[in-house]
Design a protein around this ligand. Structure first.
Ligand SMILES: *Cc1c(COP(=O)(O)O)cnc(C)c1O
Length: 460
């Protein structure tokens, strides 16, 4: 109970100290009340946008109470201490085997793969393995290995990181009118004997569209027949690895294609696990060069590990496992099926609220649950999608606008990701907010004033 004047003084003093400029940048000298600290931090993080209106992120923004409980129960479990926490290690092993089954690996009893902190670490691991396989093959033939390259379409930034960190030339095929990803013809222009592999994306970041894996595999089979050149495929299935198997089971993109040597995916995107889990699987043991595997001894036992981190929380993997058991193929198909229907509803309604033209309409056979659009070429409006995104932000919506790549780098698009908890009711609210925003922008034309010094400034 706070009733004395001095108590209140002390309270305001503490709040002032905790929220002062100094306390943000200098290491605190004194202790503080734990509840007050938590309250102040909670208020601060509450200022971030609300997850329901965030149509920008691919990542999980909602978890069930059971998952929260499992996360809390495993908060002190360290995945790397396989001796201390053998159950966490066993659960990780089961998940790897389930994914080998889901992605049609040839031998699911001997699945080869690992968890990671996200797709980025998973891609990095797969990229390293791809580089080593290529280098080992070249060395055996007495050929030079100093100019490796990697061929891909418009990729997520992790592949630019991979290329820079490991000194590999990135041959990234840009977009062109009517072509939003890599295809067989553009791939073949880039591939040569120094190519460590080709990376198609299942769910391109810019558009949500799947790149044509089977077509690329067939073109590489043909290339090998004609020239002897044998080029591996790694599939970046960050999002699509957890949508295609459930909602487009006939799409052949995984280990059913012999040329697919590894697959990575984010458990914390459409895998529906909490933030902090990704997966990488290899076709079989032959595709993971032995020199990348570390054998750690735990009380006499041999534990092979292939990860960049050492200590890591086990909770996300345990929660991922719970999700696999709870949902199964049926549950994932139903959950994502809902998201696709909501995305298609948005795609159908969009052209009615403004001069929009769809680039991707949320079709489960060709991409992830998302919608991407541009201003119609004949829109004849004075505003851009950047201004629209800005107007929507005033209603709490995060629907990013950004340019495409290559020949389309002046084409601005807008994209909405439809995740598990986004309902069609919410999408209807978004649509009416969009109609209002379009009306506002029409009534208050954006005048662009440009001076040489100031660049561009907007006023309404
Ligand atoms: C999100 C994403 C990544 C990076 O994954 P994280 O899990 O965020 O590390 C890589 N590739 C693609 C295609 C993605 O969508």
């Amino acid at each position: 109970m706070l009733h004395k004047r001095s108590d209140i003084d002390r309270l305001t003093d503490t709040v002032r100290r905790l929220t002062s400029e100094i306390s943000r940048n200098q290491f605190p000298a004194e202790t503080a009340d734990r509840r007050m600290v938590a309250e102040i931090i909670k208020r601060e993080i509450d200022l971030d946008g609300n997850a329901h209106q965030n149509l920008a992120t691919f990542c999980s923004t909602w978890e069930s109470e059971e998952v929260m409980e499992l996360m809390a129960a495993s908060i002190n479990k360290n995945l790397i201490d396989k001796d201390e926490y053998p159950t966490a290690a066993e659960i990780e092993r089961r998940c790897v085997h389930m994914l080998a089954d889901l992605w049609n690996a040839p031998d699911t009893h001997d699945a080869v793969g690992t968890s990671a902190i996200g797709s980025s670490e998973a891609c990095m691991l797969a990229g390293m393995a791809m580089h080593r396989r290529w280098r080992n093959r070249r060395r055996e033939q007495g050929l030079p290995t100093d100019t490796p390259n990697l061929v891909c379409g418009p990729v997520q930034v992790v592949w630019e990181k991979f290329a820079r960190y490991w000194d590999i030339e990135l041959r990234e095929v840009g977009m062109a009118p009517g072509r939003y990803g890599i295809d067989a013809a553009t791939m073949l222009e880039q591939v040569d004997e120094h190519t460590i592999g080709v990376v198609p994306t299942l769910g391109v970041t810019y558009t949500g569209i799947y790149e044509p894996v089977a077509e690329l595999a067939a073109a590489l089979d043909d290339l090998q027949e004609r020239t002897g050149l044998d080029v591996d495929l790694h599939i970046d299935g960050a999002s699509g690895g957890f949508t295609a198997p459930f909602c487009a089971p006939d799409l052949v993109w995984d280990f059913r294609l012999p040329r697919v040597k590894s697959i990575s995916a984010s458990g914390h995107k459409f895998g529906l696990a909490p933030l902090g889990v990704g997966w990488v699987l290899f076709r079989d043991a032959a595709e993971l060069p032995e020199e990348l595997v570390f054998h750690v001894t735990y009380l006499g036992g041999d534990m092979p590990t292939f990860q960049i981190n050492f200590s890591r929380p086990a909770g996300q993997i345990i929660a991922q496992y719970a999700g696999f058991l709870r949902l199964g193929r049926e549950g994932y198909a139903a959950a994502h099926g809902n998201s696709y229907r909501t995305a298609q509803h948005l795609a159908e309604q969009l052209p009615k609220v403004g001069p929009f033209e769809l680039i991707y309409d949320g079709d489960p056979a060709t991409g992830i649950p998302a919608v991407t659009w541009k201003l119609a070429d004949d829109a004849g409006v004075t505003w851009t999608l950047y201004e629209l995104a800005d107007r929507l932000r005033t209603r709490g919506w995060q629907v990013p606008a950004y340019p495409l790549t290559g020949e389309l780098s002046t084409q601005v698009v807008q994209r909405a990701l439809i995740r598990l908890e986004i309902t069609s009711d919410e999408i209807n609210t978004l649509l009416s907010d969009m109609a209002e925003a379009v009306d506002f922008l029409e009534r208050h034309p954006v005048s662009v004033q440009m001076t040489q010094d100031e660049g561009t400034s907007f006023s309404h």
